[in-house]
Ligand binder design. Structure first.
Ligand SMILES: [Ca+2]
Length: 217
């Protein structure tokens, strides 16, 4: 599986080269619920087999979410500085983030070879992965702590914490396990989780910011 992951990393470098980097400002505790098409369209579904960056498919059936198809070569459904007002790019440590939480679903988990939360760090120019498993058709709520030992680079091991000071892209990468077959992954409720003390401060901040005359959070 590692060799296929390294092949995906090579494609991922192409994704990064096509990416027009602008600085994001990571923000904790603001859940991306994909309630609007504009929010959905600010993310990207990049298909490794044809090298094309697609808008995610936006499904709005009461509780909207985004998705993209994937084949044997895989796909990357991701945010960069231009996504969700930039709140998933930039310096996660300065923002007070301690983890990344999200909900994910696959139409046919049997067609998954590897599925991961994956980010590209501008700090050291490396891709890092946090693999997980989807064994059924349910939506799964997952959280990857930033300091989780499961994070790895196929070529460079675990990320230093400084890797989180410049996150340029983050999202779900899925590599298919069955040639000539495609399936779908879906994503919702993506959020940078705050440390508890930060959460308390944020609550106080929200009360303050909702007074008339202050811009929205
Ligand atoms: Ca939603």
């Amino acid at each position: 599986m590692i060799s296929k992951r390294i092949a995906a990393v090579c494609v991922g470098v192409g994704v990064w080269c096509a990416y027009a980097g602008t600085a994001g400002a990571a923000v904790v505790d603001m859940v991306e619920t994909f309630d609007t098409r504009a929010a959905a369209d600010s993310w990207t579904g990049y298909h490794y087999d044809d090298g094309i960056a697609y808008y995610p498919v936006w499904t709005n059936g009461g509780n909207p979410y985004i998705g993209t198809s994937f084949g044997y070569d895989g796909s990357y459904l991701y945010a960069d500085a231009a996504s969700s007002d930039g709140r998933f790019a930039g310096d996660y440590l300065a923002a007070g983030a301690t983890g990344v939480a999200f909900e994910v679903h696959c139409d046919d988990p049997d067609l998954i070879d590897i599925i991961s939360l994956a980010f590209f760090s501008g700090y050291n120019g490396l891709w890092y992965y946090w693999d997980f498993a989807l064994n059924d058709l349910a939506w799964h709520a997952l959280e990857a702590p930033l300091d989780d030992p499961r994070w790895y680079s196929p070529t460079a091991g675990a990320p230093p914490m400084q890797a989180w000071t410049n996150v340029e892209m983050i999202g779900i990468e899925v590599l298919g396990g069955a040639p000539a077959q495609r399936s779908w992954i879906a994503l919702d409720n993506f959020v940078l989780t705050p440390e508890p003390a930060t959460a308390v401060l944020l609550c106080a901040g929200v009360v303050f910011l909702r007074r008339p005359g202050h811009r929205r959070v």
